[in-house]
Design a protein around this ligand. Structure first.
Ligand SMILES: C[S@@+](CC[C@H](N)C(=O)[O-])C[C@H]1O[C@@H](n2cnc3c(N)ncnc32)[C@H](O)[C@@H]1O
Length: 323
């Protein structure tokens, strides 16, 4: 297990700064989506992935079940695998299995969520010829760590699954992938899972299920803030809303203030006023097309080596090669 020095202290301080920055300015209030994944948030995300309305995870599972052997044929030499935001790693089993059939594999899941890493180790810890080194760091910090222990002559396969790439704001996805590319060598591979554009109704349903699991996942962010920053959000005074933004081609998750209210942060010395119906944007989930994925690859220093698309739920798994 690799962790940064004093990760809890560093994270709390940064958390406080990010919450304050996101809530205390004119215009749309925001909170970074990475903070949705505390222990309860990670568990709720696992539940979301089982919902009939949330087709992304099952689509990616189907693709990986079908393409993993083919994928491995595209990877030259001795492969080292790292995954950005592995979650519980369940889908990754297929890829590791296919690779381990040839030779032993080292797998480095990179996560900010300790709970997700624990779930990942429990999920994949039984695999023969697969050694797991968990990296409890942010994506790029973790990738720097992985690049630093990479054996000479190995091929690096970076996994970025679950359409997490869609959580970056427009333009930031390419900037992020360029940074990822900077830790890779020419010829290395990036397997990118991305949800494709479909009807707004289908997309909204995926982020606003009738059981209210996604609503709980979203509202839990306020509970986390209350717990860690000792603020006084009244969770019953906010509701979850999923919207499709046609301009940015993104689903947006909002928390809507039901009334005019003020939330206080006595330990941090600030307060936040909300108008009735004012919202906090907590997550953006961009929806791609095959053409926009190819553009994204070209802008980020990759070319498209292979692509697999699910026919029941339009989702693309794209194998990118670092140019
Ligand atoms: C949408 S979930 C996807 C999980 C998994 N890859 C899947 O496909 O089901 C995103 C995951 O990335 C992690 N994550 C989010 N932001 C991160 C960051 N900045 N650095 C490292 N991990 C992050 C979260 O904890 C979460 O487990």
């Amino acid at each position: 297990m690799i962790v940064s020095e004093n990760p809890a202290v560093a994270l709390r301080t940064q958390f406080e700064i990010d919450v304050r920055t996101g809530l205390c300015h004119d215009g749309q209030k925001t909170l970074p989506s990475k903070y949705l994944y505390d222990a309860l948030g990670s568990t709720l995300f696992e539940a979301i992935s089982l919902l009939p309305q949330y087709g992304l995870t099952r689509a990616e599972e189907r693709i990986l079940r079908g393409c993993s052997r083919d994928l491995v044929r595209h990877l030259p030499g001795r492969v080292m695998v790292s995954e950005l935001g592995s979650g519980n790693g369940r889908k990754t089993r297929r890829i590791l299995q296919a690779l381990a059939a040839n030779e032993p594999v080292s797998y480095y899941p990179i996560e900010i969520s300790r709970a997700a890493l624990d779930a990942c180790e429990a999920e994949l810890g039984d695999m023969e010829r697969v050694s797991i080194v968990s990296v409890e760091q942010e994506y790029l910090e973790g990738l720097a760590t992985v690049a630093g222990v990479r054996p000479a002559g190995s091929h690096l396969l970076v996994l970025f699954l679950g359409s997490t790439i869609g959580n970056f704001a427009a333009g930031d996805d390419a900037r992020f992938l360029r940074e990822v590319r900077s830790f890779m060598e020419r010829g290395d591979s990036l397997l990118l899972g991305a949800d494709l554009l479909k009807t707004p109704e289908r997309m909204i349903d995926a982020y606003d299920d009738p059981l209210g699991v996604t609503a709980a996942f979203n509202l839990n962010l306020l509970a986390r803030i209350n717990k860690e920053l000792e603020s006084d959000f009244n969770l019953r005074a906010f509701r979850h809303e999923a919207r499709f933004n046609h301009v940015s081609s993104s689903i947006e998750m909002h928390l809507v203030s039901k009334t005019r209210q003020t939330v206080t942060f006595p330990q941090s010395g600030f307060a936040v006023a909300f108008n009735a119906q004012e919202t906090i944007l907590t997550e953006t989930c961009h929806k791609y097309t095959r053409a926009t994925l190819a553009e994204l690859a070209a802008k980020s220093g990759f070319w498209v080596e292979a692509q697999w698309v699910d026919d029941k739920w339009s989702f693309a798994e794209t194998l990118l090669r670092a140019s």
